[in-house]
Design a protein around this ligand. Sequence first.
Ligand code: AKB
Length: 317
Amino acid sequence: MKKILVTGALGQIGTELVLYLRDLYGKDNVIASGRRRKEENILMKDGIFEIVNATDAKKLDEIVKKYKINEIHHLAAVLSAVGEQDTQRCWDVNINGLYHTLEVARENNCSVFVPSSIAAFGPETPKDNTPQDTIQRPTSMYGVTKVAGELLCDYYAAKFGVDIRGLRYPGIISHTTMPGGGTTDYAVHIYFEAIENKKYTCFLREGTSMDMMYMPDALESAVKLMEADPAKLKHRNAFNVTGMTFAPEDIYAEIKKHIPDFVMDYDVDPVRQAIADSWPNSLDDSAAREEWGWDPKYDLAKMTEDMLSVLTEKLKK
Ligand code: AKB
């Protein structure tokens, strides 16, 4: 029986991953954790929530032992745009937090899920159909921590035999918890603004193509990878995955099909634009498809239909 701890459970992916895992494995078998308690959070009403700062190895170890955890989904991280504003904190949370998680996993015999990101690539990476194994050399602090994290995961798997698996997530689009300071966040904000104000000012330039994924696919991909037959995995860690590729004008055009009077203009943020320009236009995710059957369900049209219908209901309340 799996006993799972999710770190960073109050974040955009964490919130929904906890609920998804509780549905699959039972609510008492999935412990949510975050560095602080938020008022009235669904995760606390629905199951166990513990305050754990991932950089606090002692507390992490205590919680893993207390609940006899055998799988950790390590989501605690500082994202790209916020990471450029506070590079020290980005390094501390993303590297020291990961290091302590891996150490605790090694000592307590846990498997680990660690998301990496398209941010692990850099300007020297082939931009289109970016291969699974290629030059990386990112230029943001977030990207540096992601590529270092990938290497650390490989090291712990090879040296200590810890079962660590991970994905390079693209921008994740969802409607439950807002993303916390990433470069791809515009693709979430645009839906809220389209419904509430029929107007959106995009902080990235027209033509900025990036990979994205809808939350249901992101959740399914994490579980599918963790459930995959290890004998079939050649990579294990840092799989390229993508659901769709688009630029701001593409998502705008798609939303406009549903909300014809929606308008968008641009006010480019140079920091986030530079980060986006250093990332791939599109990823090759064939390794994930071949090794563990990655098969996303949502493209831009299907996601837009769902986002607009769910959000229209939600924002009425
Ligand atoms: C970000 O924009 O920082 C994240 C990511 C792609 O890792 N969404």
